[in-house]
Structures are given as structure tokens and as C-alpha cells.
Design a protein around this ligand. Structure first.
Ligand code: AMP
Length: 194
């Protein structure tokens, strides 16, 4: 069982790569974004609390997302947990470290998908168009305007995690601009060495 964090800005391909790892290695994807959207759709108390923040592209409170992750860590991680979109702040990173220690789990690698920012907005717009064409719900935050807010949040709050995990010796940087399969191959190689 190997537990990893996928790190990178919105549109870097974290969700796509996580889904492949679930298929290929029986890993368990823990996407706080998916959890929050599900809470919102089902109208739970958390869902109601976070709806406006999700639409505006801001970050929900550390307490809420840490609570969501804590619940999931109590479940079977099968081939390992993939943290996708979590942690997003230094406080969340510290909390994750403490939770893993408490549950006897290790963090085996933090994989940063290094991407070109100018390509990201195009990917987000395409994601919205593809969802629409497939008759799937379109994320309200996948617009060029909200994307700018999400990117700012990333640089302000999440990018410091790159240095944090580098200093711990956990950071592995891979080329997130490569073809989807080539990115998957790089991730596989990191996992096999971890
Ligand atoms: P994502 O699906 O990862 O792009 O997340 C969608 C939205 O959910 C983000 O723009 C935030 O509003 C919220 N969110 C997801 N994960 C976190 C997190 N770890 N901390 C704070 N907010 C989050």
C-alpha cells in the first residue's frame, strides 16, 4: 500500500491521473473537491455551508476538509490512498501528517504535476465543454473568471507546499504537460521506486 499526494494547480490533471491509478492499482482516490460537491448536491449541512465558496473559487475552511479526510482514512485504503486536491494549505499538510501518524500510515511520495499556467485555462474551458457535450453536469467554477480566483488561491495557499514537502524529502516533480499516458508512466515510475 502506497499513499501519495497529487499536487498541482487546477486543471493540471490530478483527477484524471488519480482515476487511472484507481483502475490500475486499486488505489482509493480521496478528492476533497468531489466530496464537497457531493455534499452540496445531497444538501447536507456541510454542503449548504460551502456552496457559495465553491462557486466563487475560494477555499473552504481547513476544519471542514480535514474532517472529511479523517472520516475517509478510517476506511480501507486497498492499494493506497491518493490525496487529490488535499492538502491545499500548510495547516492541512500538518494535519494530514498527524492523521497519518495516528492511523499508522505512511506518506510515500508527493507528486507535483508541473504545468504551464497559460495552458491551464484552456484545459478548464475544455473540461466544461466536454462535460456539456457528454450531458454531464458542468462545474460552476470551470469558467475563465472563477479559474483566475482558483489559480490565485493555489499560488497563495497551496504552492508553499512544494517547498514544505521538498524540505521533507518527499517531493517528486514530473512533467504534467506531457501526453496523458506519458504522465501516467512517470507517476508509475515514482510509485514503483517509493
Ligand atoms: P477541486 O475539485 O479540487 O478543484 O476543488 C473544487 C473546490 O473545492 C475548490 O475550489 C475549493 O473551493 C474546494 N476545495 C477542495 N479541496 C479543498 C481543500 N483541500 N481545502 C479547501 N478547499 C477545498
Amino acid at each position: 500500500m502506497k499513499n501519495i499526494i497529487l499536487l498541482g494547480p487546477p486543471g493540471a490533471g490530478k483527477g484524471t491521473q488519480a482515476a487511472r491509478l484507481v483502475e490500475a492499482r486499486n488505489m482509493v482516490q480521496l478528492s476533497t473537491g468531489d466530496m464537497l460537491r457531493a455534499a452540496r448536491t445531497s444538501g447536507t449541512e456541510i454542503g449548504r455551508k460551502v456552496a457559495a465558496v465553491l462557486d466563487a473559487g475560494g477555499l473552504v475552511t481547513d476544519e471542514i476538509v480535514i474532517g472529511l479526510i479523517e472520516e475517509k482514512l478510517a476506511q480501507d485504503g486497498h492499494g493506497g490512498f491518493i490525496f487529490d486536491g488535499f492538502p491545499r494549505t500548510l495547516r492541512q499538510a500538518d494535519a494530514l501528517g498527524a492523521l497519518l501518524t495516528r492511523t499508522g500510515l505512511t506518506l510515500d511520495a508527493v507528486i507535483e504535476l508541473v504545468v504551464d499556467d497559460t495552458a491551464l485555462v484552456g484545459r478548464i474551458v475544455k473540461r466544461a465543454e466536454d462535460a456539456k457535450a457528454a450531458g454531464q453536469p458542468v462545474r460552476k467554477d470551470d469558467t475563465p473568471e472563477v479559474f483566475q480566483v482558483r489559480l490565485q488561491e493555489y499560488y497563495k495557499n497551496t504552492a508553499p507546499l512544494i517547498g514544505y514537502y521538498w524540505a521533507k524529502g518527499d517531493l517528486r516533480q514530473i512533467d504534467g504537460m506531457a501526453e496523458m499516458q506519458a504522465v501516467a508512466d512517470q507517476i508509475a515510475s515514482v510509485l514503483d521506486k517509493a
